[in-house]
Design a protein around this ligand. Structure first.
Ligand SMILES: Cc1cc2nc3c(=O)[nH]c(=O)nc-3n(C[C@H](O)[C@H](O)[C@H](O)COP(=O)(O)OP(=O)(O)OC[C@H]3O[C@@H](n4cnc5c(N)ncnc54)[C@H](O)[C@@H]3O)c2cc1C
Ligand code: SF4
Length: 323
């Protein structure tokens, strides 16, 4: 492991000043960063601990303003009643011990679980070393993307929370030397394109300050399909938020996880679902299929096309309390 200095920032201004120096990386709960240091994914000159910054706490007005250093456990406790989709995405992520350390900001900044990206021995990976190639494309594509991938990278993003936030139309407040700006949750994670080494829309000199979640969404649900029942990343997941007029769908928002390098909103399906009964499984499945006409499965992951559609149908019907 490369030698680096460690310091603690106590103000946002100090953290931003440190970030302005090349070779600086931030650490919050450390549940990702410590692994990256051991695996050589990150090799900073300076590591700045930001856990003393005043970015904790959850404020409530018409929605929620969640400080970036709020732990996943704290957010889970606060959202069980008003935002089931958020609480369920957190409850099904990692383990209680990890959730007690891991922060909301760090969760959004976590990196792909592509096994080639995480490999102990270095293998070609454009995300890790631009221009080196993509081992997944010529190897095992079973866990990779079916939407939005490029010939340079086919990885998916692993955050469960990000998928729930995308369905809720949440936004990420960030601060940098040029001031503050807000990034929609649906645009925070970047598709690989020609530059898979860029993971999110956060600039290297910016800090996540908070996450804004709009009005409560009591009719919502997060469904996570994984290879074992706990302590496992999603093969595919679906977050659904619905409002009903009786049993008829007035508006629906659905985001999928495990299918792209960003939460994948099913916008065509969302339009087609308006006016459909929440109990009509066949009509719901037909509407959701409209968002899969541009799915591009790879050699080993055609199963995700069917699995993701079924997950979306079930998440939506559960959110709407279908009989
Ligand atoms: C075994 C294991 C299982 C897991 N399972 C799941 C799962 O099922 N679902 C899931 O969603 N996640 C899962 N995770 C990921 C986990 O949620 C993340 O590791 C955690 O949320 C990262 O938060 P942290 O505070 O520890 O970040 P750190 O490790 O401290 O930092 C991670 C990255 O975020 C950056 N960062 C942190 N805070 C900020 C900020 N405020 N502004 C800008 N950058 C920031 C750091 O610079 C670093 O690049 C798992 C992790 C492990 C180790
Ligand atoms: S899919 Fe992306 S992360 Fe995985 S090996 Fe290819 S370039 Fe690397």
């Amino acid at each position: 492991m490369k030698t680096f200095t460690y310091s603690r920032a106590t103000t946002v201004e100090d953290a931003l000043a440190a970030l302005g120096e090349p070779g600086t990386r931030l650490m919050a709960g450390g549940t990702e960063m410590v692994n990256w240091l051991k695996e050589g994914i990150e090799q900073p000159d300076r590591l700045v601990d930001i856990t003393a910054l005043p970015l904790t706490g959850i404020a409530t007005d018409s929605g929620l303003r969640v400080g970036a250093l709020t732990t996943m456990s704290e957010l889970l406790d606060r959202t069980t009643v008003d935002y089931p989709v958020l609480a369920e995405s957190l409850l099904r992520a990692a383990s209680p011990q990890l959730r007690n350390m891991a922060t909301v900001g760090g969760n959004l900044q976590q990196r792909t679980r592509c096994p080639y990206f995480r490999s102990d021995t270095k293998v070609p990976c454009n995300k890790r070393e631009p221009g080196s190639g993509c081992s997944a494309l010529a190897g095992d594509t079973s866990g990779q993307a079916i939407f939005g991938w490029s010939e340079h990278c086919v990885a998916t993003h692993p955050s469960d929370l990000a998928v729930a936030l995308a369905a809720l139309d949440a936004s990420i407040e960030v601060r940098g030397p040029r001031g503050e700006r807000t990034i929609p949750a649906t645009e925070f994670h970047l598709l690989p394109g020609d530059h898979p080494e860029r993971h999110t829309a956060l600039e290297p000199d910016e800090l996540i300050v908070a996450v804004h979640v709009p009005a409560p969404a009591p009719r919502s649900h997060y469904l996570k399909v994984r290879e074992r029942v706990s302590y496992e990343f999603a093969v595919v997941s679906a977050a659904a938020v619905v409002s009903l007029d009786g049993t008829v769908i007035d508006a629906a928002r659905i985001a999928l996880g495990g299918v792209a390098h960003r939460p994948w909103r099913l916008t065509a399906a969302e339009s087609a679902l308006r006016g459909v009964s929440v109990n009509d499984k066949e009509a719901i499945a037909q509407a959701i299929a409209e968002s899969f006409v541009d799915a591009k499965p790879l050699a080993d992951n055609g199963y995700k096309v069917t699995l993701a559609q079924r997950a979306a149908v079930r998440a939506l019907m559960t959110a709407g309390g279908a009989r």
